[in-house]
Design a binder for this molecule. Structure first.
Ligand code: SF4
Ligand code: SF4
Length: 77
């Protein structure tokens, strides 16, 4: 039997205990976070980074990459 499986069906957001939150007032739209994200779940929309929490696994690489400290990890709910 062939099982359908791809990275889209693997919702890595379930792995998370903490979630990154972006302060839109601080974000300068440099897109470095989007480039470093291993899940490719940060999209630039009108020069603002937006996270798809269905796929964000909470690794915090984006937090380390942001040059203006616009991303903060917060406890997930
Ligand atoms: S915490 Fe990790 S997976 Fe989530 S948006 Fe940041 S880099 Fe991507
Ligand atoms: S790295 Fe920081 S400043 Fe750059 S797009 Fe991401 S959140 Fe915005």
């Amino acid at each position: 039997m062939i099982t359908k499986n791809n990275s889209l069906s693997n919702k890595t957001g379930n792995w998370r205990t903490h979630r990154p939150e972006i302060d839109p007032k601080k974000c300068i739209g440099c897109s470095l976070c989007a480039k470093i994200c291993p899940e490719a779940c940060i999209e630039m929309k009108e020069r603002l980074a937006v996270i798809d929490y269905d796929y964000c696994k909470g690794c915090a690489l984006c937090v380390r990459e942001c040059p203006v400290k616009a991303i903060e990890m917060k406890k997930d709910f």
